[in-house]
Design a protein around this ligand. Sequence first.
Ligand code: RB5
Length: 151
Amino acid sequence: MKIAIGSDHAGVEQKSEIIAFLNETGIETIDCGCFSADSVDYPDIAEAVAAQVLEKNIPGIIICGTGIGISIAANKIPGIRAALCSDSFSAEMARRHNDANVLAIGARVLEMPVIREIVRAFFSADFEGGRHQRRVDKINEIEKKYCERCC
Ligand code: RB5
């Protein structure tokens, strides 16, 4: 499995730690930046990760200070379902019920051991389908409706 990952300056250290943790467990990563503590804009990183997720049909991880800005930006992109998670239960449910394809994390909110648990929970769970598929389909219908309205 490959995972696209990116953070703004607020999460660059946590990104490195997550990459190391994933690589140790045999998961390859595509690092979409940023690569230093110099200030960058989180929408650019959200877009870079989302592009990989959509192009390669792989999951993604996005990180900013709170996880809020970067998840808002990612969720503007059709086909992206980014879930901002602060606990492992939500991370598991984001996969099982919401078929989230991107995990968003707040680097200034959570300590590394919790982040590791969240990442583990998200990538260990699978979408359950069934009644949850109907709801995800409705999300896709909303997306389509408003995309058509904009263009
Ligand atoms: C950057 O200072 C900060 O605003 C950003 O990382 C994020 O928390 C925004 O939602």
